[in-house]
Each structure stands twice: as C-alpha cells, then as structure tokens.
Ligand binder design. Sequence first.
Ligand code: SAM
Length: 279
Amino acid sequence: MQETSGYDPNYVMGRSTAETDRLKRQSQLYDASTSQLLREAGLLPGMKVLDVGSGAGNVSFIAASLVGESGAIVGVDSNPAIVAEAASTARSLGLSQVSFRAGDISTIELERDFDAVIGRLVLIYVRDPAALVRQLLGHLKPDGIVAFQDLDWGEGPIADPPSLLLSQAWSTVKEMFRRAGLNNRMGLSLHGAFVAAGLPAPRMSLFAPAGGGADFDGYDYMASGLRSNLPHIVKLGVATEADLALDSFADRLRAEVVAMEGVFALPTFVSAWSRKQAG
Ligand SMILES: C[S@@+](CC[C@H](N)C(=O)[O-])C[C@H]1O[C@@H](n2cnc3c(N)ncnc32)[C@H](O)[C@@H]1O
C-alpha cells in the first residue's frame, strides 16, 4: 500500500473511548449492508477469507458468521493497537476461526490460497487502490471473491430540506480528503479500481442510513466522525477546532433538522464485488 502522507488512518483509528463508541455506532448503522455485500459476493461456510484493514474486527466478525467454524478469517491491519483490540474481541466472542496480524497489507507475508479478499473503508486511504487490488489478487485462488465497501462523499449531503450545518460538515470532510491527496469519491471509484486491477466489472450497490426527528442516531454519528478526523482537519488547515465547536455539534444539528422537520442521509457506503478470473 502506498504511504498516505499528511493523513494517518492509524491515528484516526486510535483507541480512545470516543473512537470505540464511534465504531459501535457505525456498526449499528452500517453492518447490515456489509453483511449483505458479503452474502451477495458469495461467502459460504468453510471459506478462507482475508480482511484488509480489519480495524477493530467488525468486518471479520461478520465474515465469520458466514463462513462458520469450518472457515477461517485472517484480518490484517497496520495498527498493532487495534489488532490487539480485535484479537481480544474475537477471544471474548469465542471466534477461534478469526485471527489478526499486524502489518502493512502491501508488504506482509501472506498465504496465496484465500477464497475471498474483502475490506471496508480501507481503499479510501490508499493512493493507488487499483495497484493494491491487483496485488491482492495474488493471494486468491482462481475464481476467488473480491468484495470491498467504501465511502462516497458525493456532491453533498442528501437532505430535505437542506441543512446548512450538515452541508458545512460534509464540505469540511471532503476538503480534508482532497487536501490529503485522497479520493473522497472512492465508493463509486471501486468500479474503475476493480477493472484497472484486471477484474471483471464489479456488481455494485449503495447504502446510506437516513432519518430525522430527535432520536435519530445520525447527529451523534456525524459529530463523532468529525471528532475522529479533527487532527487532520486542523493539520491540513481546513478548519479550526473552534470553527467546528464539536462539543455542541450534535445538538445543533439535531435542533436544526428537527426545527425544519427535516430528514437526511448519512455518508453513502458503496459495495462492489467481483471474482478473479481463472488462468
Ligand atoms: C477506517 S478503518 C476501517 C476498519 C474496518 N475495516 C471497519 O470497517 O470497521 C481503516 C483501517 O485500515 C487500516 N489500514 C490503513 N492502511 C493500511 C495498510 N497499508 N495496511 C494495513 N492496514 C491499513 C487502518 O489502520 C485502519 O484500522
């Protein structure tokens, strides 16, 4: 994987309580779509699966529920702290078929007999996603599955009526990715990355949780996403901590949307899946 100068996802995915809470909220909002991707891609009992950029292990644990006890999941992440956390969660869940290894996915030694290579929210941090996908094909059996899910920040938020605060937050994150030299449309770009890697054009689908009203989880999710990215937002000169006033962000967004009787969609996850051609 290429280095990501100016943007260190390992730092973003630190082990603070706030980050752990964010990951839990993200799981509740998005894991069903990841499960659907892995089913549609063809994960079956007994398969051996490589989870790229496995983070706290959520995607590996979803995959484990599909491959069962006769299968195996290997999660790889360059952040040793989060690998230790994922391994401890696997132990507490009794998932002995799931293991995690610390290392950079582009340099770590791995077997070449995987049935599937999967990953969520990892290619967006890579400077040349097609090159990485092409390299990962070397770990797959012929006809092996390739399934990735990534963010697409689109033109702006889907909201009715438009929310000024939401639009500002959206622009802030998009600009942060742009200044870091990363692709904030990685979700839809999965198509081009797969094809450039030599795969048949992927099947694709989109998912975004949406809601409104006082109890929607989306206000806190947007605030926690901004908080996780705050060091980069500030470092890259996109906004200051004072500009974002994160302590009150969720409440201000909730008040604005509820007052307008509005509804909005959270960032879109794009799923793409294909199979390595034999020969
Ligand atoms: C946004 S997190 C996603 C975690 C997990 N896939 C999920 O969806 O919950 C991205 C993860 O990719 C990992 N990562 C980034 N670059 C990597 C690389 N070159 N090799 C291995 N892991 C990497 C980061 O350490 C981080 O844990």
